[in-house]
Design a protein around this ligand. Structure first.
Ligand code: SAM
Length: 195
């Protein structure tokens, strides 16, 4: 599959891309790309955001800026594949959605910043609006890494030990339940032995 991350901070992903399972997936033919929102903005001086209609604090990422980035990358906005806008108010990310996304041929992750995206991005340029939890991060980059990590480790061959993915917390094999506890040596530790 191909995963593209649309972000104002592509350099955040250099470390992520160098991780073993991500590099394994790329070695197997999967692709991970980054689209810098500022690189294709139609506005002057790299502007990507604007003040909110109706007032209020903070800036909002403009819909025409996201549209321009998608058009430059795919020749179409919305793209012809699954496109996830990351937002604290979105649908809660879970193992079932990770499996669903891992089965897609392509996935675009849209990282917000500031007050977030103009709502028309969520409504008209994304297929899904997804939250990684009921808390607010400073930007969508860490959330995109959560989604990309959970998706990539489900790609056959990415982990190098397939059984770990099949029988894992929240997987179908465990009927959505957390995994059983694990123990390793020493058998006896400060009076606590392996049950
Ligand atoms: N004003 C927004 C609100 O109150 O819901 C928060 C915006 S947040 C500071 C900036 C960006 O971080 C969001 O547009 C989103 O892309 C990302 N973000 C923050 N928390 C997130 C979460 N829990 N899940 C997914 N994305 C999140």
């Amino acid at each position: 599959m191909r995963i593209d991350v649309v972000t104002l901070f592509p350099e955040w992903f250099e470390w992520f891309a160098s991780q073993r399972h991500v590099a394994n997936a790329v070695g197997l033919g999967h692709e991970l790309g980054f689209v810098d929102l500022r690189a294709s903005t139609p506005l002057n001086a790299g502007q990507v955001d604007d003040t909110p209609y109706g007032g209020g604090a903070g800036m909002v990422i403009r819909v025409d800026v996201v549209e321009a980035a998608l058009e430059e990358r795919y020749g179409a906005a919305p793209p012809p594949h699954r496109t996830v806008a990351l937002s604290p108010g979105g649908k809660q990310f879970d193992d079932a959605l990770a499996s669903e996304l891992a089965a897609e041929p392509a996935l675009t992750l849209l990282c917000g910043r500031y007050e977030g995206f103009d709502e028309r991005v969520n409504e008209h340029l994304a297929t899904d609006v997804v939250s990684v939890g009921p808390y607010v991060l400073s930007g969508g980059e860490v959330a995109a890494m959560v989604v990309a990590d959970a998706v990539i480790r489900k790609l056959p061959g990415a982990l190098g030990h397939e059984e770990s993915v099949v029988e894992e917390s929240f997987s179908e094999a465990l009927e959505g339940a957390p995994e059983y506890p694990h123990y390793t040596r020493p058998f006896e530790w400060r009076g606590h032995s392996v049950p």
